[in-house]
Design a protein around this ligand. Structure first.
Ligand code: MN
Length: 439
């Protein structure tokens, strides 16, 4: 099962890929996240790979070299597909069997495999693409700290709406504009109406923001009309990635009532290219958020003892900002916030169960995002809207430049990692994008 720990998590495992044995790598042999890549400037079609240190293990080459022969045929076929959807559709037994096979293949046992050079590619030499064909995208709002921070800015006397502690609130996002890390983000144009103006005008957003989130990519789906129960919800998760839900706050503020987010969000969503499986995250499971005294319990369909005890994930996320001036001066990206995913009010299983509770079907490759990950402490807010209090408290970059919202040429980098004593560190890589000017 995805929550059990086995020999693939053994912290003493070493790989014959040297860079995977470095202490601070995101991709040690205990991680083995899946992604999709293509050779730069090549007509070759995309392939599935696994990140190992600073290299990619090419699964098509593994298949051609006969290294996957012990796996069931349908799983071998899924390894040679051009995206992860066929592997996702098989369900978690498949990614688990593949993980065991790849862990053995990459393990140092005294000698390197003869086919080493054929199997590996330096990560810097390839283009990392979207890991899956994402058919549908739903964005939740699962941090009570984010919901309260944002609510306070718009409704100081009534920050949290009465449904919040009962319903994992979400909206249907746009799948077509999901892009992989590294894709430039064009500043959107739209309608905005500052409070001091009597009529709206159309033009480039002046309040462009990011939101740091954690995404879950669906593995096996459910049939239309067949809800997923809380005790089986995690068996429908293939793995996790980082998400930047770019948000134009001025467009959003003017359009969001009464039907919710629309063009203020749908212009772009960036995801990190490597999908970290739930199995790789097994050592980092933790209790669900512990609700304050007086908070209602989740309704029975959103509650079960395993979810309460182990429904959380102890995953840290960090946001870094990098201006053009900083890049010119060779200054390192500036860390502006850290937050803990374990502090989300709703767990991944609760979001999936709620999403399907009306019979809505999820399909392999669908993306569900958690909503902005914010904590209670200062320095843990996951958007500029919160950090700068809607632009009233600018932040200062190392170059003395001030920011309330994002400027053209600003780069936003999200990182994520899990650390736990007696286990290897498991990282997510980066979710990065540079803002470019509107047309
Ligand atoms: Mn969001």
């Amino acid at each position: 099962m995805s929550r059990s720990i086995d020999q693939t998590h053994d912290p003493s495992l070493r790989s014959w890929v040297e860079s995977a044995n470095q202490k601070d790598t995101d991709f040690p042999i205990q991680n083995l996240p899946f992604g999709v890549f293509r050779h730069r400037n090549s007509a070759q079609s995309s392939r599935i790979g696994v990140a190992i240190g600073d290299q990619i293990l090419d699964l098509t080459s593994c298949y051609q070299s006969g290294l996957l022969q012990e796996l069931p045929e349908q799983l071998q076929a899924a390894c040679t597909a051009s995206n992860l959807n066929p592997l996702m559709a098989l369900g978690n037994w498949a990614s688990s069997a593949l993980r065991t096979c790849l862990s053995e293949l990459l393990r140092w046992n005294g000698q390197k495999p003869l086919s080493e050079t054929k199997l590996l590619l330096p990560m810097v030499e390839v283009e990392l693409l979207l890991p899956a064909n994402i058919g549908d995208y739903t964005d939740f709002y699962a941090s009570i700290f984010h919901a309260t921070n944002v609510g306070k800015l718009f409704r100081p006397d009534n920050p949290l709406l009465p449904n919040y502690k009962y319903v994992p609130v979400g909206y249907h996002g746009r799948a077509s504009s999901i892009v992989p890390s590294g894709t430039p983000i064009k500043r959107p144009q739209g309608q905005r109406k500052p409070p001091e103006d009597s009529v709206p005008r159309f033009g480039p957003s002046v309040l462009l923001d990011y939101e740091v989130e954690v995404g879950f990519l669906i593995g096996a789906g459910n049939e239309l009309g067949q809800p997923i129960s809380i005790d089986t919800a995690e068996s429908h998760v293939f793995g996790l990635c980082l998400v930047n839900d770019w948000s134009a706050r001025d467009i959003q503020a003017w359009e969001y009532q009464p039907l919710g987010p629309f063009l203020g969000k749908s212009f772009a969503t960036t995801i990190s290219p490597w999908v970290v499986t739930l199995e790789a995250l097994a050592p980092f499971r933790c209790p669900a958020f512990s609700r304050s005294q007086g908070d209602p319990l989740p309704l029975p369909y959103l509650s079960d003892s395993i979810n309460t005890r182990l429904g959380g994930i102890d995953l840290k996320v960090e946001v870094l900002l990098n201006s053009a001036q900083m890049r010119e001066q060779g200054i390192e990206p500036f860390s502006i916030s850290h937050a803990a995913f374990r502090q989300m009010y709703w767990t991944m299983a609760q979001m999936i169960t709620h999403h399907t509770s009306n019979g809505c079907n999820l399909r392999p490759g669908d993306l569900l995002a958690s909503g902005t990950v914010s904590g209670a402490e200062s320095g843990s807010q996951g958007s500029l809207l919160e950090i700068t209090r809607r632009g009233s408290q600018p932040i200062k970059l190392p170059t003395d430049e001030m920011r309330t919202f994002l400027a053209d040429t600003d780069e936003v980098i999200i990182r994520g990692y899990c650390e736990q004593e007696n286990y290897a560190r498991v990282g997510f890589g980066e979710c990065q994008g540079i803002v470019i000017a509107a047309e």
